[in-house]
Design a protein. Structure first.
Length: 398
């Protein structure tokens, strides 16, 4: 299955800004030959279950990273990042990590993995922009990886099935960048569909696209407390889960049960027990949530979101005062059926399920209460489930 060639998700205004940033930083004109775009994501429920081979339930959102590309006749890659006023240069014949430009390693890593996979890449000029917030927990990193991979492949006349492309981009983040993420972010950014959420089995990579009820409106609540995933306790949590699974005698916590966990509580230190309890119960919550959504029972779905946040806060300890304040404010706002942190935690975003007629009032009240409590001005916006990575002609004109 290949990525669809669609009209670009990049608007004329966005493209003009991205091209102008390239021209400014390199001092020369730039006109894209094509644009590759990949969405961010919001995980509705199923947090920190992906690297435990459990279930997750994300949507791709209608916010994108855009990579405007112009093929070259040599082996040089030049990358201009609009929001960083910075340029990276490297040769495809010697792709190495850049210790000074961490952002550039996502692009360099994609080039290295595609080359290792046997693709004969060609040089390309790339200009990167978009409206997926960085460090907010909506997976700008996966969006950058997928869009960049499609840009390299399109420039070289190559292609790759989307599940394999997602796995390649996960290898980039695990190996080249050094973040031990699971497969969820790359998979949904590659394979998302409009108006549908994805139930993904992270062990087998089997997935099901579940239609969202028309009433199901999700609001992303960005705390504006930035989260640096590679510097957080994410990798520590993963190690604790692996240690817990080993003590329980299972290959991963996907295969543990609440009964087995309770029976072996004495074999686990208290912290590891709580980490395992979160994962085991979160996997069960995710399955129950999909059943509730299919039945149109949004109240039940919302209650499971609330339970998920409590578990992430108390057992997995990946929340923070800002996220807790946002979730509390959201739950007291008009039309809210449930709210939880989304993403790895330690800052970033929460997601709330809101009655559609109450979205504007919900955003106003939640924003005001959160700012009054924390002093931070948040960013709240409703999102729609969108399609995955795509490549199209540059959007020009009005």
């Amino acid at each position: 299955m290949k990525a669809p060639d669609l009209a670009s998700a990049c608007s004329p205004g966005e493209l003009a800004d991205i091209e102008a940033a390239f021209s400014k930083t390199l001092g020369e004109g730039f006109a894209a030959a094509f644009v590759a775009s990949a969405p961010g994501r919001v995980n509705l429920i199923g947090e920190h279950t992906d690297y435990n081979n459990g279930f997750v339930f994300p949507i791709a959102i209608d916010r994108y990273i855009h990579v405007a590309a112009r093929p070259r006749a040599d082996r040089l890659v030049r990358v201009a990042a609009r929001d960083r006023n910075d340029v990276d240069r490297f040769s495809l014949d010697a792709v190495e990590r850049d210790p000074e430009r961490r952002w550039a390693n996502y692009i360099r890593g994609v080039a290295a993995e595609l080359t290792a996979a046997g693709f004969a890449l060609r040089g390309v000029d790339l200009a990167i922009g978009g409206n997926v917030p960085v460090g907010a927990g909506v997976s700008s990193s996966a969006a950058i990886e997928l869009a960049t991979a499609r840009a390299f492949l399109t420039a070289a006349g190559g292609d790759m099935a989307l599940p394999e492309l997602a796995l390649l981009c996960q290898r980039v983040e695990n190996g080249f960048v050094g973040v031990s993420c699971g497969i969820m972010d790359q998979f949904i950014s590659a394979l998302g569909e409009p108006s549908k959420a994805m139930l993904l089995d992270c062990e087998s990579l089997a997935y099901e696209m579940a239609p969202l009820p028309e009433r199901a409106t999700f609001v992303v609540c960005d705390t504006r407390k930035e989260r640096a995933l590679g510097d957080s306790a994410y990798n520590e949590r993963r190690s604790q889960c692996e240690a817990g699974a080993a003590k329980l005698g299972v290959p991963s916590l996907r295969h543990a049960t609440s009964e087995a966990l309770a029976a072996n509580r004495g074999e686990l230190d208290p912290v590891t027990f709580r980490r395992c309890r979160h994962v085991v119960t979160e996997i069960a919550r995710t399955v129950d949530a999909v059943v509730a959504l299919k039945a149109g029972d949004l109240a039940a779905f919302g209650r499971l979101m609330d339970e998920s946040h409590a578990s992430l806060r108390d057992d997995y300890e990946v929340s923070c005062p800002e996220l807790d304040a946002m979730v509390q404010a959201a739950r007291g706002a008009p039309g809210c059926l449930g709210a939880r942190l989304t993403g790895a935690g330690f800052g970033g975003c929460a997601v709330a399920l809101v009655e559609p007629q109450d979205v504007e009032a919900f955003i106003r009240q939640t924003s005001a209460q959160y700012e009054a409590q924390t002093g931070l001005r948040p960013s709240l916006y409703a999102v729609r489930a969108s399609g995955g990575v795509q490549v199209g002609p540059p959007a020009r004109g009005a």
